[in-house]
Design a protein around this ligand. Sequence first.
Ligand code: HEM
Length: 713
Amino acid sequence: MFLFFVLKYENRHIYKSGNEYVWVGDSMDEKTSRDQKPVSDNIKQRQLDQFRISNKGKPLTTKPGVKVSNDSEILKAGVRGPSLIEDYYYFEKMSHFVREEIPERIVHARGYGAHGEFVCYQSMRHVTKACFLSEPGKKTPVSVRFSTVQGPRGSYDTARDLRCKGAKFYTEEGNYDLTTIAMPVLIVQDPMKFPDVIHAYQNKQDEGLPTATGAHDRFWDYIANNPESLHMVTWVMSPRGILRSYRMMESWSINTYLFVNEKGVATFVRFVWKPVLGVHSLLQDEAIKIGGLDPDFHRRDLREAIDRGYYPEYELGVQLLPMEDEFKYDFDILDPAKFWPEELIPVHIVGKLTLNRNVDNEFAEMEQIAFNPANVVPGIDFSNDPVLQGRLIVYRDTQQHRLGSPNYDDLPINRPICPFHNNTRRGFMRYRIDVDQVNYRNNSLANNTPYTTPPEQGGYASYPKRVSGHVIRGRSESFNDFFSQTRIFWNSLSPIEKQHTIEGFSYQLGKVKSRSVRQQNVNLLVNVDRDLAHIVAKNIGVDPPKGTHVDVSTQYPSLSQENSPKYAATQKVGVLIGNGFDSQEVVNVLKFLDQNGVFITVIGENLNPVVGSDGTKIKVDETFLTSSPYLVDSIYVVGGKGTNQAKFNQDIAYYIRVAYEHYKPIGIATTGQQLFTPSQHNNLAGVVFAQNNPNFGRDFVAAITQMRFWNRT
Ligand code: HEM
């Protein structure tokens, strides 16, 4: 199943032009998914098609539809005279322009997504009557938006942050929105705290900096003084905070929901998305540098993979807990700052989401999409998880503000695929023309329609959970263990993940100016791990904290990325090449890489094609200047002749040094041998030489599959 996408892959990167030339490279600039035949034909896409408009080849008109004769000059009294106020067309053009932005999301402002389809693997009717999970093979259209939380819309993708995924399932029973985060725990235990943590994190209160990072005094002041937040922050400081790709992102619902079956029996449930490509991360140094080199790194990566036909896939898992087991564990299953260990509460995989269509209009499809955890369908309900309860009213409130109208559900991207009828008629931007004059109930004039539907015929009815208790502002004592699970997470990390987590803490706390805040944080961190706290204390120049960590030795393999599947397919190789390369050797290698689904970026000294020993030409995608060793997962050093040989060699040496230092696979072609000096490198693991190696292609693909070679220094 995992390699499904490789089999259906078409060879698009290498083709012959006449008999003479082989061109390698991707013509992404000419062909994108929007120009191709729609790859996914589902009911939601057909609905969206009604709103998709192409303006190419059409006359320019005013908004009311009058053809325009001049779109370049304002109306004037003489060509050198003053402008005329009667230029209504100028006013129309300009007044639209100055209103082109809407308020950005207060959190998750930066994001991007795609469309796809969810296929159910197995019937879940024994636990939920949700129709989209009712039978194997059942397909449901889905739109997805990934996002960071901290930064504004114009910030960068690779910032260390908690990445999120909103998935809107357009089911035949109405929209179901599943919101998840790339960590299984939340930074707050009570929704009342959410504005506080975001105020501290975003730094919007005064000077407006820094952007897109929590590496500043106020955020860490918050953490030190709100110990419940340490658990999620430890996840964020780990490699989970700097993912390689949205395609490689695991994400959890965090909140506990209820499944309810036909018989009215409820089960606690948490959801998790498991990426088929496994979970993989950048290094901190890469994440920071890519922020400048390509702020759109993640959205470009998602778009490119879909355009090339390598559709990102995620399996949906559910963790189920019978109601009678509510108090079985040593953590509170309603506490959003605690995860449900897979090893204790297994994940059942129930289906797969495939993203197979890029967006055409980011604003219409992604800025206007509105996810809401309150959007559930019959068979899904809410537990008493306090954060979930708090979220249920927040989203509609903020979206009415952000999108400017209570009618936003009717925007093409948000509207359900099933019919929807209600008694609303007015409000800003009303699209529908509801022709009935009776919009109240009970009525006799319309025979009391639109009518209500009994639960047994599909009407939503809330699960009749029993509630009791005194009115109180308070938090359950069962939420008070902040350190045990944080330590379990730490115990579960591999040595290299631990090292990277130490770097994460040391970098972020190293940016904190207040010594007191730095000290308070290591004093808190010592509860998780003494060594971790002592190393970080040394790195950030504060006293070693007193005391030691909680006495917990449990660890769970599921929490480490080390155990994640790895594939060569969709990883990027940068081919460093000049004229005079060995045509046969290089073309064979590129073909082999291509057949294995490796994404090839050919990098040369300029954008002219490079010419090989027998006249074969290869298309160059990027130059040494426009690309970077940070933007590829591996390099293939071909070398050759440059216009300025010294500069050419120097550029390649830089790519080799950075790739080597970031533990990336390096393939060396026969002609590239002279550019790589083995004796200058302490460990040649992951460096694959073509010279005298008939299996070079296979060995290089194996190295690319392994992704990193941590033994190097
Ligand atoms: C008290 C807790 C929380 C509050 C107050 C809160 C608030 C918000 C707000 C105001 C938005 C912006 C909505 C919009 O403008 O469309 C948002 C979006 C979102 N939230 Fe939360 N949130 C909370 C917890 C969570 C949790 C626990 C998760 C998931 C596990 C989550 C996942 C998301 C996602 C996926 C989005 C959508 C981003 C998008 O449109 O792409 N949030 N949240």
